[in-house]
Ligand binder design. Structure first.
Ligand code: SF4
Ligand code: SF4
Length: 433
């Protein structure tokens, strides 16, 4: 039977009741990064919701231009966090994106390619490991250092862009099931979520997290059957695949009451919303809600332990809120509390909670807007002169490494868990001396 819905995928269409919550007050507009750069109503949350409503009510067709306004959205959810009407903007945009691969072409080929890569590379641990092995080599290689020093990259802009997106240095991977540091005298236990790209390129962050947990007496399990959280697929509108990954993680990690500790803000936000993602799945809805209730961001979990581990860190530290920690999970104070506990000088920069432009795969698919947002961060770092830029999400770490270089300052870029680990290790060394 033919559907009379204006949306090509009615089962996953934005809900009319969600759309009707927007009263067009505009209080969200100034928190929107794409509006800050363009000044255009169509690139603001209110403008994008207007377009969703107009399509839903059949007043305008789903043209390539309409789609482009939604595709420029970072899904940072800064608008959702300030909206007085409680518009669930993240859910609206995920459902809107779910329409696009079935809609008339607007870069349809690149959409198919993204979907292919997210399903067949990012979500497949062995394939991902094989693809990222040369990236790890290149990031740490003398070839890269020589190319940067020689200035030759400026002559080939695509290479310069690619080099900027490489991590400064990549430690050994920490994959699912791998060994992690454990406490001498455990007082509790937690499951460490290792993820996909995070496990390959940010193994050092996982090991730092496990050491911080171990000092607090928490035994860490690195569950061998966990898979990618599905956030990148959900944000790209591939809800079917995101649901498949969510079910796999529920199967792998249920059967225990242990909290699931996540040190990637984007993954944590997605996993806290499995209950919503699988709401229509009779077999999984209840299990998904129970799963989500166990998910904790690493900063939230460690701050909640209430354990004072001696820490020693000097220097100016600028904390930058990851969008999916501040806006989606509403966690702002715990990372700052942990950083203050190290003795560092915590510096607040302008727009610390505005998106850096990394946003999952956004920097690859919207490089111009991503670069404009990175330059704003570079300007803020140039003014604040921090010794360390700290965040709590892998994509943001890469973007900040590039922003620090653009700012022309000598600052390290670290995850909150890495700084905490280093500060605790320094305090241990000082005690022993
Ligand atoms: S999304 Fe919320 S804040 Fe933005 S215009 Fe609508 S009601 Fe106002
Ligand atoms: S999610 Fe972020 S980029 Fe998208 S409309 Fe909201 S504030 Fe703007």
């Amino acid at each position: 039977m033919a559907s009379d819905s204006p949306w090509p995928r009615p089962a996953d269409a934005p809900a009319a009741e969600d759309l009707s919550r927007c009263v067009h007050c505009g209080l969200c507009v100034n928190s929107c990064p794409t509006y800050a750069i363009t000044g255009l109503e169509a690139e603001s949350p209110r403008g994008r919701i207007h377009l969703m409503k107009a399509v839903a009510e059949g007043r305008i067709p789903l043209t390539a231009t309409v789609q482009s306004h939604w595709e420029l959205c970072l899904q940072c959810r800064a608008c959702e966090a300030v909206c007085p009407s409680g518009v669930p903007y993240g859910r609206l945009m995920e459902k809107t994106r779910a329409q696009l691969d079935a809609a008339p072409p607007s870069g349809a080929q690149s959409r198919q390619m993204r979907r292919f890569l997210l399903r067949n590379v990012v979500a497949r641990p062995r394939v991902l490991a094989a693809i990222l092995a040369p990236v790890r080599w290149l990031a740490n290689s003398a070839v890269r250092t020589a190319a940067v020093r020689s200035g030759i990259l400026h002559l080939i802009p695509p290479l310069a862009r690619g080099e900027r997106m490489l991590p400064n240095r990549v430690g050994a991977p920490l994959r699912r099931g791998g060994d992690v540091p454990q406490p001498a005298a455990p007082r509790g236990e937690a499951i460490l979520f290792t993820g996909c790209v995070m496990g390959e390129l940010f193994g050092d962050v996982h090991r730092a997290t496990a050491r911080v947990l171990a000092r607090a007496g928490i035994r860490t399990e690195n569950a061998p059957l966990q898979v990618c959280c599905g956030a990148l697929s959900a944000h790209d509108g591939d809800l079917e695949f995101a649901r498949r990954l969510a079910r796999q993680n529920i199967d792998a990690l249920e059967g225990s009451e242990a909290p699931i500790v996540v040190n990637s803000a984007g993954c944590g936000a997605a996993m806290k919303e499995y209950g919503e993602l699988l709401d229509g799945d009779r077999a999984y809805a209840e299990r998904a809600r129970a799963f989500s209730a166990r998910v904790r961001d690493a900063t939230e979990y460690v701050a909640g332990l209430g354990v004072e581990t001696p820490a020693a860190f000097t220097g100016r530290v600028a904390y930058q809120d990851p969008c999916h920690l501040a806006h989606a999970q509403r966690i702002r104070e715990q990372p700052r509390q942990l950083l203050r506990s190290t003795g560092c000088e915590l510096v607040e920069t302008n727009g610390a909670d505005m998106c850096c432009g990394a946003a999952g795969i956004y920097s690859l698919v919207q490089p111009t807007m991503s670069a404009a947002l990175r330059e704003r961060k570079a300007d803020q770092f140039r003014a604040a002169r921090p010794d360390v830029v700290v965040t709590a999400n892998p994509g943001c770490q890469l973007q900040y490494q590039a922003a620090v270089r653009e700012a022309g300052i000598e600052a390290r870029v670290m995850h909150v868990m890495e700084l905490l680990d280093e500060a605790q290790a320094r305090a241990e060394t000082e005690r022993q001396d």
